[in-house]
Design a protein around this ligand. Sequence first.
Ligand code: SAM
Length: 261
Amino acid sequence: MDWVDYQSLTTLLNSLIIQYESVMTPNVGLEEVWISTQETLAQIIPFYEKGNRIISFGFDSRLRRDGIVKTVKSGDAVLDIGCGPGTMSQSLSRYIGDVELMVLGDPLIPMLEAAKRSALNVNLHINCVFEYLPFKEEAFDVVMCGFSFRDARNYKEALGEFQRVLKNNGRLLIVDIGKSDNFLIRWFVGLYFRFIAGALIWIFLGVKKRSLYSKIYYTYRKYLTFNQLENLLKAQFKEVKIQQKMLGAAMIAVAKKQKTG
Ligand SMILES: C[S@@+](CC[C@H](N)C(=O)[O-])C[C@H]1O[C@@H](n2cnc3c(N)ncnc32)[C@H](O)[C@@H]1O
């Protein structure tokens, strides 16, 4: 058939397949925006905890505490991954006391340095990412992520690594912003992160810092809804429980490792 331009046809088909896949494939992680998000996080370090308190109205510490109290025991070996300036570990020492082993991991060295200055009783600070954890199998009783899992480059790979380094029946704790399955709540929370959170930062921390917080909206858009997160967790973990907080604007997820093979 001379009248068919096969090259244009192939190009058209390819672009249709790419568009179809981007609609049909559930969110997988921050992927290509991961590096720019990390660059933004690095700039936020000096006022990280203050900013969190402002945009969450102080609820962030309560969420960390509630998640930790229901998941961690004093005899546990704990990995705080995406540790930032050590906020989860500070909360852990306040509400649980010392644990058997406390390891902190983060890809940003300045975050690890801030954690070294602020988090107590830490055995090891490691520069690493969720998706390739430099630990042997079944090393930890608890893996915890405070407001960090949403920033993963790839959620599925991250969960695979959490599952690998957890002991049998070990617990995964994820405390984070929540993305409701209800369209209206999702829309409202999106609106909050797009406009209102930035305005609060502007008022309390100054106009220059406002734009840094606009990244949260993009991570929220890319994040998993409760249903998607539950399905992803259930594929690799057992006893998955997602507790919605603040009318679905936040969540505490707990799951147990189920031994494979
Ligand atoms: C918003 S801070 C959370 C800090 C702290 N855990 C808390 O409870 O506030 C997110 C942290 O996750 C880290 N992070 C982002 N992507 C990551 C990845 N792929 N693996 C491990 N940590 C990651 C960032 O470097 C950052 O320090």
